[in-house]
Structure formats: structure tokens, C-alpha cells
Design a protein around this ligand. Sequence first.
Ligand code: ZN
Ligand code: ZN
Ligand code: ZN
Ligand code: ZN
Length: 334
Amino acid sequence: MSLLEMFTYPFMVKALIAAFFSGLASPAIGTYLVQKRLSLMGDGIGHVAVTGVALGLLTGASPTWTAVAVAILGAVTIELIRERGNTNGDLALALLFYGGIAAGLMITGIAGQSAQTLNSFLFGGLLSINWGDVFVTIVLASVVLLLCIGLGPQLFAVAQDAEFARVAGLRVRFYNLLVAVLAAVTVTVAMRTVGLLLVSALMVVPVATAQQVTRSFRTTLAAAMGLGVFAALAGLIISAYVSSTVTVQSGPSIVLVALGCFVLAWPTGSLLRRRQRLREPFAPLAPLGHEISDEHPHQHGDDCGHPAIPHGDHVDYVHNGHRHAAHGEHYDEH
Ligand SMILES: [Zn+2]
Ligand SMILES: [Zn+2]
Ligand SMILES: [Zn+2]
Ligand SMILES: [Zn+2]
């Protein structure tokens, strides 16, 4: 089929809608995971969710709902293990991940389903998606996006510096669990598009790419979402386009497009970082104070050219060798 013809097929329209929402939601929650140094969390949840899909196949319930339930259960368990931070935590997570994928394969077999059925959940198989799945994808993705953007300042503060956020009176544990649950929901949203074993890539790679060229948190979030949508749509179209001759699932082609963007952005990022180091060497974080800066007519912002450094719940701008933070009508020295 030609590229234009593609958009007239109903299965392709459904697939494009699901890919669009997966591409939007995955990097949104992924931005917080990367910031918390939990880039592999989505991968772990994906492994656990395999058992959820299998339970759906076994019981005849919708695999989407059983996957959501098991993924949330797994994510909360992972977060609770991580929170305790002891050395056996790492091992406990490994057991959970392998248990999830092994039990999933076992239950699928018992359910009398072929590996092929599970395959589309593991690596993406948008062409089999129905309108019910599309509807659920839109609803769940909207919830994730609403919370990721609406609670941005709180989630950002907790991800950036949990100790500082706790002192500032935020319920750190609640927000950590919320991020885990939203990651689980996102894994299920993107399951049909990129697949459970590759979903983490769509959560993390666009964020890594955005970080090459953006400095503030807001622009990173926005750019990562844009890149996620691009990778999801381009990857899907590529896989559909070549599938008249060969079989390429949507997951691998989406992930490769996302990685391709990263490879293109990386030289720019390394150039920007080098120039920034030469221009503005700055001292390590000073303790939080409230020194009001002198007269300062210039308004700092995303594109003012001064390096922006996330600091607790706000952003400092490096300027003449010191750091300014907007505070109401004036700037504080930090
Ligand atoms: Zn400035
Ligand atoms: Zn500051
Ligand atoms: Zn300044
Ligand atoms: Zn002030």
C-alpha cells in the first residue's frame, strides 16, 4: 500500500491513535523516572505485566485490565522494596522480574494459547487492536498526562531531591508511589504499541534525547513528549509500510526510530555541554538561603541563554558566577 492509502484503512487509523497516545504518555512519566535514576523501572514493570496478560488469556478477561492490575501490584512492590534501600533489594527485584516473565509464559501455555498470541503483547502488535482497546488507551493515557503535568512541580521536587522535598513538607512517599502507579499504567497503555519488553525504551530514550538539547525541566518534558509521538508514529508507519513484504512488529521499529533520534542529537548535546562548561563554571550547591539579589532588570527564562539548574522545587539561573532563583517579584541568591 502507498503511504497515503495507509491512512484510509480502519486498522491503521486505530493503530495510529493508540501510537499517538502511547508516544505522548510514555516519555511524560519517563522524565520523572530518568530524573529519579529509575530508568529500568519500566522494564521491570513490563516483565511483571507479562503475567497479567497471561492471566487475561487464561480467564478470558480483557488482557488490558488484568495487565493493569498486575502491573500496578508489581510497581508498588518494586517501589516498596526500593524504598527500604537494603542490599537485598536488588536481588528481590531480579526475582520479581524473572518470576513475572516465567509465570506469564507458563500460564499462556496452560491457557492453550500460542506463543504468537503473547508475541504481540511482548513486542507490539497494533494491527490487531480493536476500538475498545483504543478507547481504554486514550482514557488511561489522559489520566497519566493530566497527573504528570498537573502535579509537575510536586513530582519534580520529589524526583530532584527527596530530602529537600520532605523538609519542604511534601508527602514524598505518596508521590513516589504515585510515580510507580503511573509508570505501571503507562506500561499497559504502551503495551499494544511497543510491547511489554520494549516499553521502557519509549519511556526513557526520548527523555535522554531531549536532555541533549534542553536544560530546564519543562522544556525537557515537552521535547521528550514530542519526540515520543514522532518515534511512535514514524515507527508504526515504517512497520506497516514494509509489512507487505516482510514481517516487522511495531515495537522494534518504534524503538529504533527513538534511538536514531538520540544518535542524531548526541553530537549537538556534547557540543552544547562543552561550550557551557567553558562559559560558566559554577560552584557546587550552596545551602538554601534567602539573600535578595541586587537590582536585576533582566527576566530569566527558558531561552534567556543562562544555564538553568533545577534546584529543589525551582530553577536557578547561573549568571555572573552566581545563581539566581525567581521568588515572587525579585530574585534570590542561591
Ligand atoms: Zn539571565
Ligand atoms: Zn535555588
Ligand atoms: Zn541574574
Ligand atoms: Zn526572596
